[in-house]
Write a protein that binds this ligand. Structure first.
Ligand code: HEC
Length: 93
């Protein structure tokens, strides 16, 4: 019974964790290397100073306004900047 409960807790925990991160930054196929890299940057380098906000909270034009400053703050190389910019545009609301 005890083992049962901990397995259930694990499963629930795991699904909540993946749900919430996917709500913030929708998953993409690793086959699209640039987009995949963009998501990873969004969830790591872009989360250094503040928690990552859900990408779909902002429109494409919001992101076009926000990104130049955030890219500069993050000191991204241009390939990384291109990847994360493409990623947020893809999932903008
Ligand atoms: C060096 C710290 C730092 C890093 C790294 C950083 N940010 Fe920010 N971010 C801030 C600060 C400070 C604010 C709030 C003030 C502002 O808008 O400049 C902010 C605000 C934001 C906002 C809200 C803007 C608005 O107008 O509501 C978004 C969205 C955001 N950041 C996304 C990102 C993304 C995407 C990246 C990665 C490319 C990133 N941030 C990297 C410091 C950072």
């Amino acid at each position: 019974m005890r083992a049962y409960l901990s397995v259930a807790a694990l499963l629930i925990g795991a699904s909540c964790a993946s749900l919430s991160i996917d709500n913030i930054a929708p998953p993409v196929s690793a086959e699209d290397a640039q987009l995949y890299r963009g998501r990873r940057i969004y969830l790591t380098k872009c989360a250094r100073c503040h928690a990552p906000e859900p990408v779909a909270k902002y429109s494409r034009s919001d992101w076009d306004r926000i990104m130049p400053e955030m890219i500069a703050d993050t000191r991204l190389a241009s390939a990384d900047a291109d990847a994360v910019t493409r990623y947020v545009r893809q999932f903008a609301r």
